[in-house]
Design a binder for this molecule. Structure first.
Ligand code: CP
Length: 304
């Protein structure tokens, strides 16, 4: 069966199909039309890290589609006491119709998908965040009316979000420039993968240490927190290193005059982005967060 582990596994056509389905489902929901194709279906959601958006949007999405979702903290599961991922995958496959997992190592999600006989969805790993990137493409498409030919600039840590956005942009033919401090660039393997994909779509993928260079003529300006979950110990050092990468009023002057600002959230105002930018007229962060619901409903309908 089909899983959703990374956008690298999806074709441009499959991604466009999901985006159009998301728009349809959004329209249905906003017009009050009931649409419950997942009646009797259950999604198990395993969380090894905290979550606001991913948890609530998946749970509400399943309910709106007529199914329901189980929130399983790893503390409450036997995997917290040493039961293997393989056995957990095989057991859950007997009860539920799909599994969403948020964890640390990407390999764990791949292992779960290997042993499960039902679809597995990556709800964030240290390497990727495809659900967020799918909702981001939806938001950009709604605002700009297209994806191909746009330029996205990601400023900050070369983390899972940078990886997911590079792959997403490459797939849909959107140029992507990532600016990170030296030593905090996205993983070389992911950069190379994105560049290979971009060769087919005609997009360009650039990685630089200069935020001004990355932002030139950007249609979309994106940032993320400087210290992710699990990096709290290095937070103070990171504040210092990332300071020149703050998305502020001076930096965004490099972007197109009608640029849109996105942030996957949670945000730290005054750190990776100023209040003026994140709460200003160019910001679409709440439409973006809302689109997690619609993008994931499309994913659930298509996988289930
Ligand atoms: N952006 C995102 O994934 O938010 P949560 O960590 O709250 O799920």
């Amino acid at each position: 069966g089909k899983d959703f582990l990374t956008l690298a596994d999806y074709s441009k056509e499959e991604i466009e199909y999901l985006l159009h389905l998301a728009l349809e489902l959004k329209e249905k929901q906003q017009s009050g039309e009931r649409y419950m194709p997942l009646s009797g279906k259950t999604l198990a959601m395993i969380f090894e890290k905290p979550s606001t958006r991913t948890r609530v949007s998946f749970e509400v999405g399943m309910v709106q589609l007529g199914g329901h979702a189980l929130h399983l903290s790893s503390r409450d599961l036997q995997i917290g006491r040493g039961e293997t991922i393989a056995d957990t995958a095989r057991v859950l496959s007997e009860y539920v119709d799909a599994i969403m997992i948020r964890t640390f190592e990407h390999e764990k999600v791949e292992e779960l998908a290997h042993y499960a006989t039902i679809p597995v969805i990556n709800g964030l790993t240290d390497d990727d965040h495809p659900c967020q990137a799918l909702a981001d493409l939806l938001t950009i498409y709604e605002v700009k009316g297209k994806l191909q030919g746009l330029k996205l600039a990601y400023i900050g840590d070369g983390n899972n979000m940078a990886h997911a956005l590079m792959l997403a942009a490459a797939k849909v033919g959107m140029d992507c420039a990532v600016a990170s401090p030296k030593g905090y660039e996205p993983k070389e393997a992911v950069v190379n993968e994105a560049k290979n994909i971009a060769n087919e779509s005609g997009a360009t993928i650039v990685v630089t240490n200069d935020p001004y260079e990355a932002l030139v003529d950007a249609d979309v300006v994106y940032t993320d927190v400087w210290a992710s979950m699990g990096q709290e110990a290095e937070a103070i050092e990171r504040m210092h290193i990332f300071a020149p990468f703050q998305v502020n009023e001076t930096l965004v002057q490099q972007a197109k005059s009608d640029f849109m600002f996105l942030h996957c959230l949670p945000a730290h105002r005054g750190e990776e982005v100023t209040e003026g930018v994140i709460d200003g007229v160019h910001s679409y962060i709440f439409q973006q967060a809302g689109n997690r619901l619609h993008a994931q409903k499309a994913l659930l309908v298509s996988l289930l």
